[in-house]
Each structure stands twice: as C-alpha cells, then as structure tokens.
Write a protein that binds this ligand. Structure first.
Ligand code: AKG
Ligand code: FE2
Length: 268
C-alpha cells in the first residue's frame, strides 16, 4: 500500500476537481488532501488575533508551550473530570468564532459549506449515546519548539461502546491553518494503520510509537497560513516542532463518514 496525497488551490481548482478529490479521500484512495488558500489571510489573522486574547484560550493541561481553546474528546476520555468542560466550552465555540470573524466568514463555517457543496452531504455534529454533546472543534497554538508526538485518532478506540463509532467508514482529521509556521511544524503521515499498531482501546494506552522507530514518512505536508489539510486520522501521524518564533495556530476537528449515508459528522 502506498499513501497518496493531493494538493489543490482553493480558487484555481475546478468544482469537479474538488468533488473528485473529496470522493477519493472519503473512499480511502487518497490519504491526505491539501487545499491551499482555503481561507483568506485576512480571515486567518483576524480569527487568530481575536481568539488568542480570549480567557478560554488556556495552557494545555499536559503539554507545556501548547495553548488550546477548547478540549478534545481524547483528553476528556483520558481525564473524565474534563468531560463537562469539554462539552460546555464546545457548546459556544461555533458562535464565538463567527463573532470573532464578522463581517468576514467563519473558517469553520467555510469548512462546513465546502464539504456540503463538494461532498454533497449534510454536515452534522456527532451525537453519542453515552456521553454529553461533543465539542465541534478546538483551536491549538503550538509555540516555538512544540510539536505533537506520533499518534492515531480513532473514535472507536476512545469510546468502544458507541455504535456510531463502529459504523464509520472513514475518520478524517481536518485542520485549518490560522497561522502556518515559516520554519518547522511539518505534518508527517506514516504507513502505519490500526492493523499495524493494534490500537483498539484507549484504556490499554494510546499505542504511541517512539519517534526513532517510525518508518520513513509516506506523506509530508508543510502547511501555510490559510491552508486546509484533511487526512486519514487513523494512520500514525506526527507534527514536527514549530521552529518559528510565531505560534503555529490551527482550527482542528474530525470528520467521519458512513457507507451509504449522506451525512458527515464532526467533533473534536
Ligand atoms: O496540526 C496538525 O497538522 C495535525 C494535528 C493532528 O494531530 C490532528 O489533526 O489529528
Ligand atoms: Fe492527530
């Protein structure tokens, strides 16, 4: 198996190219899709400047140098007392971002419209049977020398009892770059999927792999401000340390599809 990546320019690519690329991504033919200039730099800088000063933008509980607006499902599952905060902060995020960007479009709104139009599906927040409502997205700011260690994002491993998680045909990570680094901060994706690592249940640990034991990267993306990067989050991936004094700021969520269903679910 070889992992495939494709890059399109948001405005220059034809509608049919966006449609074809999304279809390939959702079918698994494509592992990673990069849409350059997905949001305007003015929108990216407005969103960043406004969000960074919010009191909800806090230091990450475990990783020094990483700041986050909102928490992730992974964090909440590992630390159950965070579940309520995860859900409560999440409930206001879409509106907070709209207000922060107005009159410019919300980058998250642009992502939902893009998927609705080109994947021709309805876009819905994920609902789980045994958990409070999930957050729609998070905003992460990686300071200098901060990266993300090798990991896989698999909802079924985080919540094995959730039937909807078992029904996903694909889980994608989507990141909109509100500030792309000028040095470092590359995303690398490896040819190691759930079958290779045996990551099935977060209770047994997230199956992290030491960086020096990874195969050579199959896909390397050097993201720039304004890009949208979507990839199969079940493959092992890593973010190299940001080497730029300016933070690397992303708006991140997951998107999942089911066979024969016209819905895409989002959460983080
Ligand atoms: O920031 C990135 O490039 C990817 C972060 C990540 O691990 C994810 O979105 O699952
Ligand atoms: Fe990830």
């Amino acid at each position: 198996m070889t992992l495939l990546s494709q890059t399109l320019d948001y405005l220059e690519a034809k509608d049919s190219e966006h449609e074809q690329a999304l279809m390939s991504l959702l079918s698994g033919e494509l592992t990673c899709l990069v849409i350059r200039k997905f949001i305007k730099s003015e929108t990216a800088s407005t969103a960043t400047a406004s969000l960074i000063q919010r009191e909800e933008f806090v230091d990450h509980d475990d990783v020094p140098g990483l700041k986050v607006l909102g928490l992730s499902h992974f964090q909440a599952v590992r630390t159950p007392h965070l579940f309520q905060r995860y859900s409560e902060v999440g409930a206001g995020l879409e509106e907070m971002l709209e207000n922060a960007c107005r009159p410019l479009p919300s980058p998250f709104g642009s992502l939902k419209s893009y998927l609705a139009k080109h994947a021709n599906k309805s876009i819905e927040i994920l609902e789980l049977e045994n958990e409070p409502p999930p957050a729609p997205f998070t905003v992460r700011s990686c300071g200098r020398k901060i990266g993300i260690e090798p990991h896989q994002d698999i909802l079924l491993a985080e919540s094995p009892k959730e039937r909807i998680a078992a029904s996903f045909s694909r889980q994608l990570a989507a990141n909109i770059f509100l500030a792309g680094p000028d040095a470092g901060g590359e995303l690398e994706i490896f040819e190691l999927g759930p079958g290779d690592t045996g990551y099935k249940n977060l209770e047994d640990g997230p199956k992290t792999i030491a960086e020096d034991q990874l195969p050579s990267a199959a896909i390397t993306v050097s993201p720039r401000t304004g890009d949208l990067v979507m990839f199969d989050s079940t493959m092992v991936h890593i973010v190299h340390a940001n080497q730029d004094p300016k933070p690397r700021v992303t708006l991140a969520c997951f998107i999942a599809s089911q066979h024969d269903n016209g819905v895409l679910y989002y959460w983080v």
